[in-house]
Design a protein around this ligand. Structure first.
Ligand code: FES
Ligand code: FES
Length: 160
């Protein structure tokens, strides 16, 4: 089946099988391997992407369900080769260890901060509750989201 979707701002036309998952389409057909597969059953958040401004576990979405949709993956966050403030904050705070959970964590953080640029710690924890990290203990990840929120708020104020 042929589907058309916009991935990271670029229109793509792809031939997929009925059983192809969005995760496979991204990683195998489009070569966007930043999105990871952990559990493959909607529990770990490693495969999180943003579809039509909502977080989805791409292992649970069929590619055909993404027909005509807009998808944002970790590869689409960089702007003119600069890291996104959330990515910079994860690096500054030392929030990355093995890195496997990080693309999903960052996509969940982006969605959270797009909806609420000044989240409380409880709201950050809730926003990231679908993402499991086996390495960091989460403290530095939460610190990174706080730093990113702070930077993004100040950037917004500078733009006014
Ligand atoms: S791989 Fe999709 S939620 Fe774990
Ligand atoms: S940094 Fe290793 S799973 Fe999160």
């Amino acid at each position: 089946m042929k589907i058309t979707l916009t991935v990271n701002g670029e229109k793509r036309e792809v031939e997929v099988k009925p059983q192809t998952r969005l995760l496979d389409l991204l990683r195998e057909d489009l070569g966007l391997t930043g999105t990871k597969e952990g559990c493959g059953k909607g529990e770990c958040g490693a495969c999180t992407v943003i579809m039509n401004n909502k977080l989805v576990a791409s292992c649970l979405v069929l590619a055909v369900q993404a027909d005509q949709s807009e998808i944002l993956t970790i590869e689409g966050l960089n702007c003119q080769d600069e890291l996104h403030p959330i990515q910079n904050a994860f690096i500054n705070k030392g929030a990355v260890q093995c890195g496997f959970c990080i693309p999903g964590m960052i996509m969940s953080s982006k969605q959270l901060l797009d909806e609420n640029i000044n989240p409380t710690e409880a709201e950050i924890k809730r926003g990231l509750s679908g993402n499991i990290c086996r390495c960091t203990g989460y403290v530095k990840i939460i610190d990174a989201v706080k730093e990113a929120a702070h930077k993004m708020r100040s950037r917004g104020e500078d733009d006014v």
